[in-house]
Design a protein around this ligand. Structure first.
Ligand code: B4P
Length: 188
């Protein structure tokens, strides 16, 4: 059972690479961003609650995210591994994740970070705004998402470094090149 956290700022390519890693290793890809966007587009009570928060580029509450992830683990007890994409994003989420995994007899196997400079991140997200029209990819919201990342998510680097689980890969270049680099680091 391998539990990989794909880590990095918004637009680093976590979602892009997570799909490829999950396919190669036969693991389950869990994107909390995708889960939340599906709730919003289906207009569920949860979706209605988080819509404005996401569109402003803020983080959804830890309590909701922890509830979502608990049901992911309960409903996927038979998978060979997980690629967590976009979770955890706060220290509280990281601590709760450790507890949840422990309850299921598991632990975090590796935290792989995609390192991309801020100018490139903004460029990618503004391009996606043009291509896909995601409401949280406008210039103002992207800036806010980066602030949230620096404030709430970046401190997790030290949390995982202390546990000796943290590795970094340069996240600029072609999608295939980056994928190859990631695969050399993942040793199930
Ligand atoms: P996410 O969906 O996780 O959004 P993201 O960080 O922007 O995506 P990612 O890094 O995966 O980038 P991608 O591969 O798509 O979160 C959205 C929102 O959901 C958050 O702001 C928050 O409100 C909420 N949320 C989610 N999880 C939460 C949590 N745990 N706690 C609280 N709130 C939470 O790549 C970006 C773009 O770059 C794409 O267009 C892609 O095609 C392009 N790209 C990828 N690789 C490239 C490359 N090598 N070269 C050029 N372009 C590339």
């Amino acid at each position: 059972m391998f539990n990989l956290i794909l880590f990095g700022p918004p637009g680093a390519g976590k979602g892009t690479q997570a799909v490829k890693i999950a396919e190669k290793f036969g693991w389950k890809h869990v994107s909390t961003g995708d889960i939340l966007r599906a709730e919003v587009s289906q207009g569920t009570p949860l979706g209605l609650k988080v819509k404005a928060v996401m569109e402003a580029g803020h983080l959804v509450s830890d309590a909701l995210l922890i509830e979502i992830m608990e049901s992911v683990f309960v409903n996927n007890s038979d998978v060979k591994g997980f690629v967590l994409d976009g979770f955890p994003r706060t220290l509280k989420q990281a601590q709760e994740l450790d507890q949840m995994l422990l309850t299921h007899g598991r632990n975090v196997s590796l935290v792989l970070a995609l390192e991309v400079n801020e100018e490139e991140l903004v460029k990618r997200l503004l391009k996606r705004a043009q291509d896909q029209g995601r409401k949280d990819d406008t210039e103002e919201v992207v800036k806010n998402r980066l602030v949230q990342y620096h404030h709430h998510t970046k401190p997790l680097i030290d949390y995982y470094k202390t546990k000796n689980l943290y590795k970094e890969v340069f996240g600029e270049g072609s999608i295939e090149q980056i994928f190859d680099q990631l695969c050399t680091v993942i040793k199930p």
